[in-house]
Design a protein around this ligand. Structure first.
Ligand code: HEC
Ligand code: HEC
Ligand code: HEC
Ligand code: HEC
Ligand code: HEC
Ligand code: HEC
Ligand code: HEC
Ligand code: HEC
Ligand code: HEC
Ligand code: HEC
Ligand code: HEC
Length: 492
């Protein structure tokens, strides 16, 4: 029993080796195209021995047509036997798609293989006509070669992850070539890509990191402005998270996989996905397309300023600038986070629990900041209370039927000041902050005074009416009495 168990694997090995030899031999003898061309020692036949098509038993005639059973040149390469010679232009992709767009045929060889590449390529940006106008500007062979085609998982394939950048760069790094198609396209994608974490890892042979095709697709590549593109603004978070949210895929890397989850909940994610506000950032607005950071920005921690310019300007002139630089704290992230940025609440300021200032300031540590934080907080609180007082008074006046439109305008000024405090806080400067709150205090003072006056006026008018009525009644009585008196003297 035990011996038998050991014999079986050995037997199996012998059988499979024999089959392999047989198979190779039978192909070689069957494919007369290959046999004759091998003897000619031409390049196609040399490359063909390493070709995936050769390995699954296909022949030269699978692409070129002809009769592969005949060892006679004339008969083998005869038009009547379907020989097409050397295909060119779209005839190339048509020849490949004869099989690669036939799902039923392809599944016989590999049940997981994808099909329909030609259909995708035709509609993609690369399916446009070449400059001579006679065919698509790319054919299957542009990326896969014609002979010696390898499986895409073979490290010798031009579309193996570490080879893709060079394959795309043949054109995308060639300024004069690209010029003739689309002069507005830059040709520095590869150069920039090599400065990113993705590009550096890829150059070291890592196959899991992102390369051109993982972000752009392979057969279905479109311009970023096209909604079908994987890098169209609204599709980007999904494109990045196909790896970055996949715990299993990312398990070899020492980084979290919660970026998308957090981003989705952030003020930016909500703006993009729920409010369709395309001015808010998606992943590449902060991380750059190809380089480690977007153009013109030295580090990702400074990227926020490209949109929130005023906040960044104030921050740069603030005492925090130097302090943060020295301690290597990231500028905006330290207080706002990166992926889960939420609406900034006034609770952030101050020295009570939950205030961000407390992270670094305390009564006995960085005291001046502590004092200023406390003042800022109390200024905001005062402004908010005065706002409530003003609102109440205006409401009372309105209820009494007084015209308060003018005074309501002052409320807006208070709100405006409160809004401005949210931005000016980034100066982290007491005087500048007070300049803004003072505008609010002035407006609230005026609103309160005017609302009170309006209410007073109401009482005055009501009181005045009573007095006037009393006066009129009094006058009427006097006149009445006077008339009676005259009538009496007349009758006497
Ligand atoms: C007995 C030898 C022989 C056989 C069999 C043969 N060929 Fe050729 N083939 C040649 C030679 C020699 C040439 C180059 C002569 C020429 O320029 O026509 C050639 C040329 C070609 C060319 C290039 C044609 C061109 O227009 O430049 C292709 C493609 C080709 N063969 C494919 C095939 C295919 C496919 C088969 C099998 C169906 C096949 N050959 C069978 C000898 C052979
Ligand atoms: C998977 C499809 C495919 C197979 C299989 C194939 N070819 Fe080709 N062959 C092409 C295409 C496409 C071209 C067009 C030119 C190009 O893009 O290089 C070509 C071009 C040629 C040429 C002319 C240009 C050159 O590179 O010299 C010859 C000769 C040729 N093939 C011979 C063969 C022979 C011989 C075999 C079998 C050993 C073979 N081909 C197998 C697709 C194929
Ligand atoms: C712009 C370059 C490019 C062109 C042009 C191109 N491919 Fe690909 N192809 C790729 C890349 C990159 C991959 C690997 C990544 C992937 O599978 O999407 C690939 C993968 C494949 C695969 C493997 C699919 C699988 O299931 O893994 C096949 C088959 C294939 N291509 C056939 C074709 C055919 C047929 C054409 C012509 C109609 C073509 N390709 C044109 C770049 C290209
Ligand atoms: C006669 C049918 C046929 C033709 C024509 C054909 N192929 Fe294939 N191709 C196959 C089969 C079958 C496989 C093997 C599938 C497998 O075993 O994974 C294959 C495999 C491939 C692969 C490897 C896919 C992988 O799994 O990684 C690529 C790439 C490819 N072909 C490209 C081409 C290109 C480019 C052309 C045209 C120049 C072409 N094929 C023409 C049938 C064909
Ligand atoms: C044979 C040359 C060639 C190869 C190889 C090539 N491309 Fe292109 N690609 C072009 C040309 C030319 C355009 C411009 C088309 C136009 O705008 O008219 C283009 C356009 C693009 C665009 C759209 C640019 C835009 O915003 O308009 C993207 C994205 C792109 N290619 C990515 C890739 C990727 C990724 C690869 C590799 C898998 C690749 N290309 C391989 C020639 C090539
Ligand atoms: C991490 C994802 C990612 C990788 C990797 C990547 N790209 Fe891009 N690519 C993008 C994004 C995002 C855009 C721009 C979208 C936009 O303009 O809004 C872009 C834009 C482009 C464009 C249009 C012109 C431009 O520069 O804006 C071309 C061409 C292009 N990429 C080619 C490539 C090539 C070639 C490679 C490989 C060397 C590559 N990309 C690698 C994400 C990527
Ligand atoms: C094919 C999978 C894949 C795709 C798609 C992808 N990435 Fe990555 N990314 C990786 C891997 C793997 C790393 C390396 C992780 C590490 O070790 O730092 C990485 C690293 C990064 C890093 C650097 C992390 C660090 O170490 O500080 C950033 C930032 C990043 N990716 C952003 C993006 C963005 C933005 C996109 C979409 C435009 C994207 N990635 C698309 C796989 C991917
Ligand atoms: C508002 C800007 C912004 C957006 C939007 C953004 N990031 Fe980030 N991301 C950052 C900052 C800032 C860091 C921290 C980088 C540092 O300190 O070096 C970071 C860090 C990362 C890292 C490194 C690992 C980590 O979690 O710290 C990855 C990976 C990453 N982001 C991927 C993404 C992906 C994927 C998206 C889209 C779903 C995205 N980011 C959206 C700003 C952003
Ligand atoms: C591409 C432009 C862009 C970039 C880059 C950007 N933001 Fe924003 N941000 C916006 C827009 C637009 C909104 C308004 C979203 C809404 O509420 O509709 C916003 C909202 C905010 C808010 C909430 C504002 C409030 O009223 O409370 C904060 C806080 C914020 N961003 C901080 C940051 C930080 C920190 C960074 C860098 C890590 C950053 N942003 C990067 C565009 C950007
Ligand atoms: C020391 C902490 C801190 C730092 C650093 C910081 N912020 Fe703020 N940020 C705040 C506080 C506190 C608020 C206001 C909350 C309130 O009063 O409601 C705020 C509010 C905001 C708002 C909403 C108000 C507005 O102006 O629209 C944005 C946007 C914002 N910050 C962006 C940034 C950017 C960009 C940076 C980096 C240049 C940055 N912040 C750095 C604490 C900080
Ligand atoms: C990540 C740490 C950190 C956070 C959070 C932080 N600060 Fe600071 N702050 C510093 C450091 C460090 C200094 C410089 C040391 C000093 O002067 O006390 C500083 C200085 C200041 C100064 C200038 C003091 C002076 O000497 O002129 C003010 C004002 C200030 N911070 C206010 C705030 C306010 C308000 C908050 C909350 C919204 C805050 N800080 C949050 C670290 C921080």
């Amino acid at each position: 029993m035990g011996i038998k168990m050991k014999l079986i694997p050995g037997f199996k090995l012998i059988i499979s080796v024999l089959t392999l030899i047989l198979v190779q031999y039978s192909y070689a003898s069957e494919d007369q195209c290959f046999n004759c061309h091998r003897d000619l020692e031409d390049n196609p036949s040399k490359l063909f021995v390493e070709d995936v098509h050769y390995k699954v038993g296909l022949s030269c005639s699978s692409c070129h047509g002809g009769n592969s059973n005949s060892d006679d040149m004339e008969l083998a390469m005869n038009k009547s036997a379907g020989f097409i010679g050397v295909p060119s232009l779209n005839k190339i992709s048509e020849a490949c798609s004869k099989c690669h767009s036939d799902a039923v045929f392809m599944k016989k060889y590999n049940k997981n293989i994808l099909t329909g590449q030609f259909e995708k390529l035709k509609t993609s940006v690369h399916g446009k006509l070449s400059v001579n106008g006679r065919g698509m500007m790319l054919q299957c062979t542009t990326c896969h070669n014609a002979h010696g085609i390898k499986k895409v998982t073979d490290s010798r394939s031009p579309v193996y992850p570490t080879n893709v950048p060079a394959t795309c760069n043949k054109c995308h790094g060639d300024a004069s070539f690209m010029q003739s198609y689309n002069p507005s396209l830059s040709v520095d994608q590869l150069t920039k890509y090599r400065t990113s974490v993705h590009g550096i890892l890829n150059a070291k042979g890592n196959t899991k990191t992102a390369e051109c095709a993982s972000c752009h697709g392979s057969h279905d590549i479109f311009s970023a402005k096209d909604v079908r593109s994987k890098v169209y603004k609204l599709n980007i978070p999904n494109t990045c998270s196909q790896c970055h949210s996949n715990k299993d895929y990312m398990k070899d890397f020492p980084i979290p996989t919660d970026q998308f989850e957090k981003y989705q909940k952030s003020v930016h994610g909500v703006a993009v996905f729920e409010k369709q506000d395309l001015s808010a950032p998606v992943c590449n607005d902060c991380h750059g397309n190809h380089a480690a950071t977007p153009p013109g920005i030295e580090s990702i921690s400074k990227v926020c300023g490209s949109c929130h310019a005023l906040n960044a300007e104030l921050f740069s002139a603030s005492p925090h600038k130097k302090a943060f630089d020295e301690k290597k704290y990231p500028e905006c992230e330290t207080c706002h986070g990166n992926h889960e940025i939420l609406i900034a609440k006034d609770k952030l300021i101050g020295v009570e629990e939950g205030a961000i200032c407390l992270k670094c300031h305390a009564e006995d540590k960085n005291q001046k900041g502590y004092r200023v934080a406390k003042i800022m907080r109390s200024q905001i609180d005062s402004l908010m209370s005065l706002d409530i007082v003003a609102k109440n008074l205006i409401f009372q006046a309105e209820q009494k039927g007084m015209d308060v439109e003018e005074i309501k305008f002052k409320l807006r000024e208070i709100h405006q000041a409160r809004l401005e405090t949210r931005t000016i806080v980034h100066s982290f400067n007491e005087a500048k902050f007070k300049e803004v709150t003072n505008k609010g205090f002035k407006a609230s003072e005026m609103a309160i005074t005017e609302a009170k006056a309006s209410i007073d006026e109401f009482y005055f008018r009501r009181y005045g009416l009573v007095v006037a009525l009393a006066l009129i009644t009094f006058l009427i009585v006097i006149i009445f009495l006077y008339i009676r008196k005259i009538e009496k003297t007349k009758s006497v």
